[in-house]
Ligand binder design. Structure first.
Ligand code: PMP
Length: 363
């Protein structure tokens, strides 16, 4: 081993050395349907107005560390209860990291269903926390409430993550099942509502009903992925503690101004969401007509489908060769063997994806 390699091994924590980096493929020149982005840009007049607003920015000054104006906008737009606190994150990924960094000791357990958003496990592992997963039901990816409650009883998790709707399966877990988990949980339950705009359902109005409930949101899937803004709403007793860990200027000036602007113009974004929901319906129906494809229902802006043949990895690669980038879930194995995930694009992007996929499937 070289000197440097042995230094790396001796200085860094073993859990970091054991991790694989979160891989983001190069997407230039592809029809990009892999990352649940909103495919629509802003109308020209809105872009002009936004650029004019950015003139307020003072790059020589630090941003407002408490994001006070932006928080007021978010509270109003998302119906955050007055008595709840708000934690701001550089994307909701950062919020997950802040919550997990705050946990006491290496003994703390993090629990989530499987499959779900990979960053819960990734960040927990990176911090040396114990991560326990409970399989979703095989037939429809629904929550196995009895198995979740049994795991809660055994492991007494400090935090449970539930994505509502779930990524990568696209379904919305049963409301009653979530309430049962909230009642059984000894610690925190983070309802990750990254895709709430597409589902029209939220636990935000129920915040006051459960001691350990935290509701996490991101603006990424709504159309602001490039700005990086996530937030967490919950009882101040929790939020004030998490806020001590947050780096003072984690939300930069351009993000604060642009997000406030986008929220003022949210009618435009909401119209785009409506369009995407309609595109989703067409895509669901068209995928369902393809041979040997099982399509799972979706309440989000992506669709997961299973190829009832044993070459999902090759089909993914052939789509890529045809210039279309989706997500290969098959490679993570387990319940996702044979599965691929496509983000809902514009009608033209969806048409090209469907044309390429049907050609591959019949060849
Ligand atoms: N939660 C879920 C369920 C997600 O799917 C994602 C993004 N794929 C995130 C959180 C993170 O979003 P961001 O960091 O862009 O806010």
């Amino acid at each position: 081993m070289t000197d440097r390699a042995s230094k790396v091994r001796s200085l860094l924590r073993p859990e970091i050395l054991a991790l694989s980096a979160y891989h983001v493929p190069d997407s230039s020149d592809y029809i990009k349907l892999d990352a649940m982005e909103n495919p629509y840009s802003w109308p020209d007049d809105m872009v002009e107005e936004w650029l004019a607003r950015l003139r307020e920015a003072q790059p020589n000054r630090y941003p407002d560390p408490s994001c006070s104006r932006l928080k007021a906008c978010l509270r109003e737009a998302y119906g955050v209860p007055e008595e709840a606190g708000l934690l701001m994150g550089n994307g909701s990924d950062e919020i997950i990291q802040i919550i997990l960094m705050a946990l006491q000791g290496r003994e703390a357990t993090v629990l989530a269903p499987e499959p779900t958003f990979v960053m819960y496990r990734q960040i927990a592992s990176c911090l040396g926390l114990k991560f326990v997963s409970v399989p979703l039901r095989e037939e429809d990816f629904s929550l196995d409430t009895a198995a979740m409650c049994a795991a809660i009883e055994t492991h007494r998790p400090a935090v449970i993550f539930l994505a509502y709707p779930n990524n990568p399966t696209g379904n919305l877990f049963d409301f009653e099942a979530i309430v049962e988990i909230l009642q059984a949980a000894p610690g925190l339950v983070v309802l990750d509502e990254a895709y709430a705009a597409y589902a029209g359902r939220s636990f935000m109005p129920r915040l006051a009903d459960f001691d350990g409930l935290l509701v996490m949101r991101t603006l990424s899937k709504l159309g602001l992925a490039g700005l990086r803004l996530g937030f967490l709403a919950g009882a101040k007793a929790w939020i004030d503690e998490f806020d001590k860990i947050r780096l003072p200027y984690n939300i930069n000036t351009l993000t604060q101004i642009s997000t406030e602007f986008a929220i003022e113009k949210r009618k435009v974004l909401e119209a785009q969401v409506e369009l995407i929901r309609r595109n989703r319906q067409h895509l669901l129906e068209a995928l369902g007509r393809l041979p040997k494809v099982r399509v799972y229902p979706s309440e989000a802006n992506f669709i997961t489908f299973r190829l009832l043949r044993d070459d999902a990895g090759q089909v993914f690669q052939q789509l890529k060769d045809a210039g279309i980038l989706i997500k290969n879930l098959h490679s993570s194995g387990g319940r996702l063997a044979g599965c691929l995930r496509v983000t809902v694009g514009t009608p033209e992007e969806n048409r090209r994806f469907l044309a390429a996929l049907s050609t591959i499937l019949v060849s």
